[in-house]
Write a protein that binds this ligand. Structure first.
Ligand SMILES: *Cc1c(COP(=O)(O)O)cnc(C)c1O
Length: 369
């Protein structure tokens, strides 16, 4: 046989069936929850669609907060299932305000479910999760949180905050594989998921997952699990646990702080103030008159990752990515250098040396603490 016919990625052994439950428990620990955790054999968007599809029924009214395309899709899936959806759309590229949420909840006392994204990788904002779930709880409203991007980058405490359903993915801040995801489900959420309209015999059915996996002793998952993804998840969790999730969050916070200080030193305007900013990506307004696509293609050096923001009304924003393994000094520096270089090309005079110094200082003073 020639070498070309052989690869580590082929002929993979089955993932040992006794280790699925262990994976779910390890994810539950990262989410800080005692709730049931389901393993979903698909990227996180499918887990979100499964939650919306499983919850939706004609007699249900939901407040769906939209701060990116993910939230818009969630509202559409709820509607498809016959749910009455009140979409609360934030100002373009901005977090939702607690006041706006309070107003809607007061105006629609029959709302039973509230859904929102925690931190947005699309635009670099952070929604005021704790206050919103507290408000929902006071009103007896079930909460669904998309924490796909935020877990590992921001503090997420499912039980302390009483989040009924949380969806996570390993591929953003946790720097893991993209092909699977997980959902935590509280007792209250199970009660609401158990209704006559719930999908059955479907990959989108949470009740199927419960009956076929949770209630049968959490052995092999229903369907045909993809072993490569599960081995990769295990490796990713080993790495996250070795660092600790709290240290991972601090590392993301530091990368965001260093990025933001360096951008200010460059004379570039930050899109949102610190308290509204996600630690995953930093969004800035283009400081010069230039086509965004041109600037993004020019702002490239080894190790940098700069892209256009995503979502309506964010046409003049670009994002510096410092998520996952990128939440480290070298990628942060690469982003700053790449942006400074591209901006200079368009006549924006900036002090790149000063910005690099600011990153150095931020990291060395954090190391002294
Ligand atoms: C990335 C992301 C998702 C979806 O993840 P996929 O891997 O694309 O399925 C969902 N929500 C948020 C907030 C995300 O950042």
């Amino acid at each position: 046989m020639s070498d070309r016919n052989w690869s580590h990625l082929l002929d993979v052994p089955a993932f040992p069936q006794e280790r699925y439950a262990k994976l779910a428990d390890r994810l539950a620990a990262l989410m800080k929850t005692q709730n049931d955790v389901l393993l979903i054999q698909a990227e996180a968007v499918l887990a979100l669609e499964a939650v919306a599809t499983s919850l939706a029924q004609p007699r249900l009214k939901a407040l769906n907060i939209i701060t990116s395309p993910y939230g818009a899709w969630f509202g559409d899936w709820l509607k498809r299932g016959g749910c009455e959806v009140v979409n609360l759309v934030a100002e373009a590229g901005r977090p939702i305000t607690v006041d706006a949420v309070r107003r809607e909840l007061n105006q629609h006392p029959d709302i039973a479910v509230l859904s929102l994204v925690h931190a947005e990788s699309a635009s670099g904002i952070l929604n005021p999760l704790e206050e919103i779930v507290r408000l929902s709880r006071e009103k007896g409203v079930l909460t669904v949180v998309d924490a796909v991007a935020s877990i590992g980058g921001h503090s997420l405490d499912v039980d302390k905050d009483h989040i009924d359903i949380a969806v996570i993915g390993p591929q953003k801040s946790l720097a893991g594989p993209v092909g699977l995801s997980a959902i935590s489900v509280s007792k209250r959420a199970w009660a609401m998921l158990n209704h006559g309209n719930a999908p059955r015999g479907s990959m989108l059915s949470l009740l199927d997952q419960k009956e076929q996996w949770l209630d049968t002793g959490r052995g092999i998952l229903p369907g045909t699990p993809a072993p490569l993804e599960f081995f990769a998840l295990e490796a990713a969790l080993d790495r996250v646990e070795a660092e600790s999730i709290d240290v991972s969050q601090k590392r993301h916070g530091l990368a965001a702080t260093a990025t933001r200080r360096a951008l200010t030193a460059l004379g570039v305007e930050l899109w949102v103030p610190d308290e509204e900013a996600s630690a995953l990506v930093t969004a800035v307004k283009l400081p010069v008159a230039v086509q965004r696509a041109d600037l993004v293609s020019q702002a490239k050096i080894d190790g940098s990752d700069i892209s256009a923001a995503v979502g309506p009304g964010t046409d003049y924003l670009i994002r510096l990515n410092h998520t996952g393994l990128r939440a480290n000094k070298e990628p942060v520096l690469a982003n700053i250098k790449a942006l400074a270089h591209a901006l200079r090309h368009h006549g924006h005079s900036n002090k790149v040396d000063k910005a690099i110094e600011v990153v150095d200082e931020t990291y060395s003073s954090a190391a002294k603490q």
